[in-house]
Design a protein around this ligand. Structure first.
Ligand code: DC
Length: 224
């Protein structure tokens, strides 16, 4: 029987992690876990309660009474905060920035650590995030670090976003630069490649091209 591997993909926003992770998980019959969605779900609750991203006491209080669930459904993964399905709301631009800000708080990272490890306990999974290979699953079977040129990342993200007044590819790029800076300079679990991660630059590759490269590494791991 094929080995059940735990595969992790880290990298900055817009490098193609989501499309690639989903496709890779499909190819392998594995579950796919978008850990950014968990940070975003906490951000939605913080936003609703008017909690500032640097107010650790209020964040702790919120987290003490909060259950986040990540469920695989026929139409893709859903994330629930308490009993509320926040799958759509987590993609709002203001939630995107707030998620980046609260993800710098150790109190939030500790809260989500156990949940992520729980989701990965049976392996046969592809996890995407920022600190999968460094902090959450340092013993993952296969680690990838996906990067791409900033202009290309902004162009891709711009194409995915619903049209909005005043939204330009330049504005998306500026937001992305700010978010990259937040995510890679924070003290708690900053975005960085694990020493044993395989780096892939997706700037000039299609989704399928990236997945093919990954499958070569995964097959090798299954056979050895
Ligand atoms: O992958 P994403 O854009 O949905 O992630 C939203 C934010 O959550 C991102 O700015 C950084 C944070 N994040 C994190 O700190 N660690 C993770 N494993 C995943 C996301």
């Amino acid at each position: 029987m094929a080995k059940r591997l735990l595969i992790v993909i880290d990298g900055p926003a817009g490098a193609g992690k989501t499309s690639v992770s989903r496709r890779l998980a499909d190819r392998l019959g594995y579950i796919y876990v978008d850990t950014g969605a968990l940070y975003r779900a906490v951000a939605v609750r913080a936003e609703d309660l008017g909690i500032r991203s640097d107010d650790d006491t209020a964040l702790k209080q919120l987290l003490d009474g909060l259950t986040i669930r990540y469920e695989m459904r026929y139409d893709g993964p859903h994330v629930l905060a308490g009993d509320v399905d926040v799958t759509v709301r987590i993609r709002e631009p203001k939630i995107t920035m707030l998620a980046s800000a609260i993800s710098a708080r150790p109190v939030v990272r500790e809260f989500l650590l156990g949940l992520q490890r729980q989701l990965g306990r049976e392996k046969a999974a592809v996890f995407e995030g920022r600190d999968m290979g460094t902090v959450v699953f340092p013993d993952a079977d296969v680690k990838f670090f996906l990067i791409a040129d900033i202009h290309e990342r902004a162009r891709r993200r711009f194409q995915e976003l619903p049209p909005a007044p005043g939204m330009t590819v330049e504005a998306v790029e500026q937001d992305m630069i700010r978010r990259d800076r937040n995510d890679s300079t924070r003290e708690a679990a900053p975005l960085k490649p694990a020493a044993d991660a395989v780096r892939i630059d997706s700037t000039e590759l299609s989704i399928e091209g990236v997945v093919e490269k990954m499958m070569t590494v995964v097959r090798d791991k299954m056979e050895n």
